[in-house]
Design a protein around this ligand. Structure first.
Ligand SMILES: Cc1cc2nc3c(=O)[nH]c(=O)nc-3n(C[C@H](O)[C@H](O)[C@H](O)COP(=O)(O)O)c2cc1C
Length: 208
């Protein structure tokens, strides 16, 4: 598939069908992730595949809390969001945080090497490892789209992230940027439309 077509096709999906994703497809997708640029040339990335359903459910139960659609409305109001498409996205997304991880055919936890304190960086370059893993993740999502596989990234809350590192024996010096849930979309999967941007309005020539 052409790269532009994969970009057009990629979208966030939080409703998955039961169809499994072949392990060879997952490897191909992760391999595409490893083609991304890195700050230090090292590609010091690891992926934990949480495919054991029981273990997955236990970890999710111990680290996350289900939020009801009603509570999601309260959260969105507290955040003071006004854009209707953004509000709609959160109304749909917040109550699905647990189910999307439980039901995805494949659940990945990428890990990257992080020397400095990620939450108290002293310079932009302290975040180079974090930036690089997100390039890897975007490559992976695009490759997935090319395979007909879609999904979602979830940013773990701080205590969730610390607990995950313990439960999964992630070595000191490695961090988790997000969960990645992947699978084939359910027939009725909700697809939020992207906010439309006129690129010409966002390009500033010679000065803003
Ligand atoms: C850095 C980042 C963090 C995100 N965090 C979450 C998240 O915690 N939970 C979730 O359901 N979706 C999350 N998303 C998915 C976004 O909600 C989604 O990408 C956005 O609504 C645009 O939709 P699209 O991916 O279909 O274009 C995240 C995406 C990015 C890039």
């Amino acid at each position: 598939m052409d790269i532009y077509e994969a970009m057009q096709k990629r979208m966030t999906i939080r409703d998955f069908s039961d169809k499994p994703v072949d392990e060879s497809v997952i490897e191909k997708i992760i391999n595409a992730g490893f083609l991304a640029p890195t700050n230090n040339h090292m590609r010091d990335w690891h992926f934990i595949l949480l495919n054991d359903r029981e273990k997955r459910a236990k970890i999710i139960e111990q680290t996350m809390k289900q939020v009801s659609p009603k509570a999601a409305q309260g959260i969105v109001n507290r955040w003071g969001l006004t854009d209707p498409s953004q509000r709609d996205m959160y109304y749909d997304a917040i109550p699905k945080q647990v189910s999307m991880l439980l039901t995805s055919a494949c659940l990945l936890l990428p890990c990257f090497r992080q020397e400095a304190n990620m939450l108290k960086p002293k310079s932009l370059s302290d975040l180079n490892g974090f930036a690089s893993i997100w390039l890897c993740i975007e490559n992976l999502l695009l490759a997935a789209a090319a395979e007909g596989v879609f999904g979602v990234t979830r940013i773990p809350f701080d205590d969730e992230r610390v607990q995950l590192k313990n439960f999964l024996n992630i070595p000191a010096g490695y961090e988790i940027p997000c969960w990645i849930a992947l699978g084939y979309p359910a027939d009725n999967a909700r697809r939020a439309s992207q906010v439309q941007i006129n690129v010409k309005d966002r390009i500033h020539r010679d000065s803003w």
